[in-house]
Design a protein around this ligand. Sequence first.
Ligand code: C5P
Length: 233
Amino acid sequence: MGRDVIIACDFDSAEKTLAFLDQFKGRKPFVKIGMELYYAEGPAIVKALKERGHKIFLDLKLHDIPNTVKKSMAVLSRLDVDMTNLHAAGTINMMKAAIEGLTREDGTRPLLIAVTQLTSTDQESMTKDLLIEKPIDEVVMHYAKNAKEAGLDGVVCSPLEAEKVHTSCGKEFLTVTPGVRFADGDIGDQKRVMTPAQAKAIGSDYIVVGRPITAAQDPVAAYERCLKEFVGD
Ligand code: C5P
């Protein structure tokens, strides 16, 4: 899979999700199913979107003891998603167990991506709440290296971290970046944002775009614009 735009389908029902995707007619964008939609609709929504021909990033951010994560990943793998994720904070052992669980009998598996530190966590909350005293940048890069060591394919990170992740972990190590906004669009609650063109320039592999597409007057046009800026030459 090459560079692509992933639409965050942050809806609370299958009905809303399918109505949104119906607007795309023959096109089959890569979509992200997060906790809200998955908890509302369960595996059925994954199967429905897969049957419609979409690639799927199942964003459930697993974090538990290695054995539980391994068994849960085996279940997610059977759903035939294209990408899923976990928290790197679960340790290298948990990440290795996840890869084992995710790998099918024929040796194939969905891409597995780690969340390093959530972008909602800042230096102050990390130091005060989690008693992690190192600079947040260092922690993010350390977690990214742990993910690589465990055999994962990449990390979810802010577009501003993508370049550094590629420098420390190699160009093939994937960076999946949310926090994307059009130059003339609303920032909303995202703090550190980049345009699709900037995300391309710094080498993001995938951008995850929610409201700039889902809340646009013309979502298909907004998606096309993202693709043109991020993938187009
Ligand atoms: O609507 P918006 O473009 O801000 O959506 C971004 C998507 O990426 C949401 O689904 C959000 O949960 C997700 N995300 C994020 N920041 C992270 C991890 C995931 O915005 N650090």
